[in-house]
Ligand binder design. Structure first.
Ligand code: GAR
Length: 193
């Protein structure tokens, strides 16, 4: 039986879509649910078209341990944060120790932490005239953006690049690598069972 994952997404959902499609193409995992906190998120339309169950959450529901029962009903091996911006509460981190992964659009520890997400990150990178940026895929622990790093990949930044150019380069890297890290984490979990 192929393993199941739950995707957490609240924005455009391009990473969530790529992960879902790669799971089907490689038959290496199944997306059994998408957890979303934004009724306007682009991923909702995609989920409806592909019959993927969605759990909409409010901040209050997410903060309460009762939500764990909803998550556990999907029997997922891994929780994957693909453009999800809320801090993950302790009860979920404890229940899924080393089984929650996040993607961040910079080379952590640079440009991480609260308030650093999406375009804010790329604007800060350009403002600091960085010569490179990239992606960090990491395990989630109780400190924001500070869990064990699983993979980092870099892109060069040209002096003429605007934040939107950096965003495009970084997003291309995310789509290339995130699903592959999902597969290798699932393989690792299988090895240690
Ligand atoms: C991605 O670039 C992801 O790295 C970033 O949000 C974007 C979501 O794009 N996440 C963070 O900034 C987390 N701190 P998407 O909705 O198109 O996948």
């Amino acid at each position: 039986m192929i393993p199941s994952i739950i995707l957490f997404a609240s924005g455009n959902g391009s990473n969530a879509i790529t992960i879902h499609q790669k799971g089907i193409a490689t038959n290496s995992y199944k997306v059994t649910c998408i957890v979303c906190n934004n009724p306007k998120a682009g991923i909702l339309q995609y989920a409806a078209m592909h019959n993927i169950p969605v759990e909409m959450i409010t901040k209050k529901q997410f903060s309460e341990p009762a939500f764990l029962q909803i998550v556990q009903a999907y029997h997922a091996s891994l929780l994957v944060l693909a453009g999800f911006l809320w801090m993950v509460p302790s009860y979920l981190i404890q229940a899924f120790e080393n089984r929650i992964i996040n993607i961040h659009p910079s080379l952590l520890p640079k440009y991480g932490g609260e308030g650093m997400y999406g375009m804010h990150v790329h604007e800060a990178v350009v403002a600091h005239k960085e010569a490179e940026s990239g992606i960090t895929i990491h395990l989630v622990n109780e400190e924001y953006d500070k869990g064990e790093v699983l993979l980092q990949k870099k892109v060069d930044i040209l002096p003429s690049d605007a934040a939107s150019d950096v965003a495009k380069k970084v997003l291309a890297l995310e789509h290339q690598w995130f699903w592959q890290v999902v597969v290798s984490q699932l393989e690792k979990l299988n090895d240690t069972k």
